[in-house]
Design a protein around this ligand. Structure first.
Ligand code: OAD
Length: 235
């Protein structure tokens, strides 16, 4: 087996599904229950801020009722134990905090975080819990101008330079629980391939870009991820 030092892991809603968080595009998922244009675009927010703040309040509240599952814990362990063998970066499209609660410390949230607020008046970011539809004041400038610190359609995902830098050095790119429907994340596998990385997907079903992966393992993340972590740590 080839030498693997640098690993980039991309996760999506599927890794949190077994914790009880709805995915977006599976049957009954969030985008069947809500219109993307209404709740996940700057235009939707300008039109009806109460609707948008309420949508993210509901998702933030739901976080208090769920726990990380074995897939989150396994990635937390991998991050801890990969140590001096190389670099490992977990990039998530998820806005939940289950990776952190599963023990991972350096997770990059490219689509932002439910438990973070962005002030439209002073542009400061701050940790946030509670209800934004109550229009609480910004802890820095006191303006009642907080919005969820999440990336909406039409906005630029966070920390792209850092992600591409890690992909350029990656020996292995692993995609977990994501449909491959949303760019730029859906394109990471091709970037990783172009840079010579081996590519692996762990998903319930084949993703849209499945043919770009050297290997696809199909099944629930709560089973597949702990097995794969055992395997990679035993190399
Ligand atoms: P999706 O809902 O598009 O896809 C979830 C994927 O997880 C699907 O391929 C499922 O088959 C798979 N899946 C479901 N349950 C699983 C399980 N138990 N184990 C493993 N896989 C499972 O969610 P994302 O790909 O994360 O963006 O969506 C990407 C982005 O689209 C989100 O970050 C969000 C959304 O619109 C924004 O809001 C900007």
């Amino acid at each position: 087996m080839e030498d693997i030092r640098n690993i980039v892991i991309l996760t999506g809603a599927g890794i949190s599904a077994e914790s009880g968080i709805d995915t977006f595009r599976d049957a009954g998922g969030l985008w069947e229950q809500h219109r993307v244009e209404d709740v996940a675009t700057p235009e939707g927010f300008a039109r009806d801020p109460d609707l948008v703040l309420g949508f993210y309040d509901m998702r933030r509240e739901a976080l208090a009722r769920v726990e990380p599952n074995p897939a989150h814990h396994a990635l937390g362990r991998l991050e801890r134990e990969w140590g001096e063998r190389g670099n490992l970066l977990i990039v998530t499209q998820n806005v939940d905090d289950l990776h952190e609660r599963g023990g991972a410390k350096g997770v990059l949230h490219m689509h932002g975080e439910l438990k973070s607020a962005l002030c439209l008046a002073c542009e400061m970011r701050c940790p946030f819990d509670g209800a934004m539809s109550d229009r609480p004041p910004c802890p820095v400038c006191q303006a009642p101008s907080l919005r969820p610190d999440v990336v909406w359609f039409g906005e630029m995902p966070y920390q792209m330079e850092r992600i591409y830098a890690a992909i350029r050095k990656a020996d292995l790119f692993v995609s977990i629980g994501t449909s491959g429907a949303v760019y730029p994340a859906a394109g990471f596998v091709r970037d990783a391939l172009d840079c010579g990385a081996r590519t692996l997907e762990l998903n319930l079903e084949r993703s849209e870009g499945s043919h770009w992966f050297h290997e696809s393992r199909l099944g629930p993340a709560g089973e597949l991820v702990p097995l794969w972590v055992e395997e990679v740590l035993a190399r």
